[in-house]
Design a protein around this ligand. Structure first.
Ligand SMILES: [Zn+2]
Length: 429
């Protein structure tokens, strides 16, 4: 057992100054005031961490980790030409080995920023599974299914095989969802087939939904709406993670609230691609769990959840013209506990006995953060990934003060850079 003491335990619901957190294997055994902590347990390690806060690990509810290799390949371009003229041609040159190296590279950045769970959609997902297993964190993985390019259902079969091979592996750290890419790439009959497999496997579904105004307008022209695409196809018979939800149509928010659907809000990617921003306040007030995602580094450039938290807060406040529209504890909840609920993974994202021991120690003592009037404010509005000191995943220390403990970061960086240069077809800086 590991005992972390003298730190402030911080969750959206409570803050416990000079608290004690006890990790017993992969689970949290105690989280609370020092006075009530088990005093004589045979601890393997006792660490005193004054000046730090301990929070649940960040849940990145929507990403494409391997796109780390495309970071900065095309900026300042709208979504469709960005995909069609820049991203897809480079991706066509990516091998499974490139995807492995890109995912490993992304995980260096994510883990160092306190991310302990990722929801990833891409191709060659066996390699992604290996990379997440190696990094020691948790993940839900999805073979991205482009229905219009899958007449023989080969991708769909790969997505199902992925589930059968990896669901529950790495001591439960890995989960698998079925991933129809989006309504505009997957026709209704294809979505119905995906839904039938999801129901048979009891697998969750991960889909891009209502990312752009044009996408929602096209669905309206077809006599449907983003939420109706989910219900009419049968996808909502299982838990659905809907990425973006920037442009819900009339009635969509109320319908989503009555379904088992979580939203992955990706503020940095949405803003950068000029897509707009999700109505997070209305979604949350209706009862839809809204987590925070980075999306891929090709659009968001960074996977830092601290930046996403700031962006989520700024957007909500700016659009509502109300500084109280989304508070710091609200944003922290979205990045942790609510993200876990958005993924349908309820044992995650809390500092409570019995919950999974994915926790992050953040150092608030430095000049970039001090003085600290309020730890929520310091964590959400001031801190960056630079302040992450220690990351525990499943009770295991995976990152400490700039060092990745399970992987050789130098080797991963060199392999990732080489893979990026090869698929770019040009020398990179
Ligand atoms: Zn995406």
């Amino acid at each position: 057992m590991i005992r972390l003491e003298s730190a402030t335990l911080l969750t959206p619901e409570r803050q416990i100054p000079a608290g004690v957190l006890v990790l017993d294997g992969a689970r949290i055994a105690y989280a609370g005031p020092a006075a009530d902590a088990p005093p004589t347990a045979p601890y393997d390690e006792v660490l005193s961490l004054p000046g730090r806060v301990i929070i649940p690990g960040f849940v990145n509810t929507h990403t494409h980790l391997a796109m780390q290799l495309l970071r900065g390949c095309a900026d300042d371009v709208p979504l469709m030409p960005w995909l069609e003229e820049h991203v897809w041609p480079i991706e066509a040159r990516m091998t499974a080995e490139d995807i492995l190296q890109g995912t490993r590279l992304a995980l260096l950045e994510a883990v160092a920023a306190g991310v302990t769970c990722v929801n990833d959609m891409y191709g060659s997902m066996d390699r992604v599974a290996e990379a997440i297993g190696e990094a020691g964190i948790r993940g839900m993985i999805t073979q991205g299914l482009i229905g219009v390019q899958d007449p023989e259902r080969e991708s769909l079969r790969r997505g199902v095989a992925l589930y059968e091979r990896w669901q529950g592996t790495f001591n439960g750290r890995l989960r698998v969802a079925l991933g129809p890419h989006a309504p505009y790439t997957c026709p209704p009959d294809y979505l119905r087939e995906v839904a039938d497999y999801a129901t048979a496997l009891h697998a969750p579904v991960h889909i891009h939904l209502a990312e752009t105004r044009g996408e929602t307008e096209e669905l309206l022209r077809q006599g449907t709406t983003p939420s109706e695409v989910l219900t009419r196809s049968g996808l909502t018979r299982e838990h659905v993670v809907a990425a973006h939800a920037v442009f819900p149509a009339e009635g969509d928010i109320e319908r989503l609230a009555g379904l088992d659907v979580g939203v992955a809000h990706c503020p940095v990617s949405n803003l950068k691609l000029g897509c707009g921003f999700a109505p997070t306040r209305r979604l949350r007030e209706a009862g839809v769990p809204v987590g925070i995602g980075s999306d891929g580094a090709a659009s968001a450039n960074v996977l830092d959840p601290f930046l996403s938290m700031k962006a989520a807060a700024w957007i909500a406040k700016g659009t509502a013209e109300d500084a109280a529209a989304l508070t710091a504890p609200d944003v922290l909840r979205m990045a942790t506990r609510e993200g876990a609920l958005a993924l349908g993974w309820p044992e995650l994202g809390a500092l409570e006995p019995g919950y999974l021991a994915d926790v992050v120690v953040v150092d608030l003592r430095g000049y970039a953060v001090q003085p600290v009037f309020d730890p929520f404010s310091a964590l959400v509005y001031t801190a960056t990934a630079q302040q992450v000191e220690r990351v525990y995943a499943s009770g295991r220390l995976v990152y400490q003060e700039g060092r990745h403990l399970l992987v050789d970061a130098g080797e991963v960086l060199a392999s990732g850079r080489a893979a990026a240069a090869r698929i770019a077809g040009q020398p990179l800086l």
